[in-house]
Design a protein around this ligand. Sequence first.
Ligand SMILES: Nc1ncnc2c1ncn2[C@@H]1O[C@H](COP(=O)(O)OP(=O)(O)OP(=O)(O)O)[C@@H](O)[C@H]1O
Length: 270
Amino acid sequence: MKILKVENLSISFGGLKAVDNLSFEVEENSIFGLIGPNGAGKTTVFNCISRFYTPDEGRIIFSPLTNTDDGESRAEYNLLDYKVHEIIGKGLSRTFQNVLLVKHMTVLENIMLGEHSTTKGGILSQGFNLPIVCKEEKRIREKAFEIMKFLGIDDIAYQLAASQPYGVQKKIELGRALVSQPRLIILDEPAAGMNHTETEELAELITKIKNEFGITILLVEHDMGLVMNICEEICVINFGKKIAEGTPEEIRNNPVVQEAYLGKGEELNA
Ligand SMILES: Nc1ncnc2c1ncn2[C@@H]1O[C@H](COP(=O)(O)OP(=O)(O)OP(=O)(O)O)[C@@H](O)[C@H]1O
């Protein structure tokens, strides 16, 4: 079952076609990698999926399982029909290339922020602290603690996010993406700025998120060791176009992919 279908996506900035008629499909409960040399268009694709950008052409179909009164059913959303703040409520969350935390808030508060955009209480009920808000707040707090425990950062819940080392701040950002209980998480260069040991720990964590929460992962990453190690399927783009798709082994041995990386003076094999 495909949880995400990107169909004939194109977007230009001025005269530059950053993404050019790109299509790929992501299998549910898998780790899918989108790779390509510098400036290939990867972040632009992510920004279209998470609706920071509106593409000129194409469709993005998201088909998550959703909870209903009768159990679970499968929804189908054309993401282009929704605004950026509506996307989380549909079961899709993301992290960013650069850590974006509210530095003067605690670790707990930062993680809880990830769920506040989907809360049920409106502005008036929040202002008056109505019971629905208190109940909702308690639920989010409990969920945040569960996530922090999973990430091994529950012992620093009440410390300021700003005072944490970089690797921990990355985990807090991951926690914020997890707390809304998404079906799909898109991770934009999660290993950027990490050392080898931190990257290995991250690889384990991402695989654990998939296995324990049943969440599908879509990953953009420069660290080829991480990509080849954890992704089941990889799509390679260059100049906004797909140049290859396959398993890590197929991608590693693909001469077109090797040439694209060498042409930009980058390393494919880690
Ligand atoms: N908002 C924008 N306005 C103008 N040009 C943009 C914008 N966003 C991206 N671009 C251009 O589109 C192209 C693709 O950029 P993008 O950041 O998506 O590449 P990338 O594959 O993520 O690169 P990197 O690996 O270096 O992060 C680049 O040439 C970039 O300069």
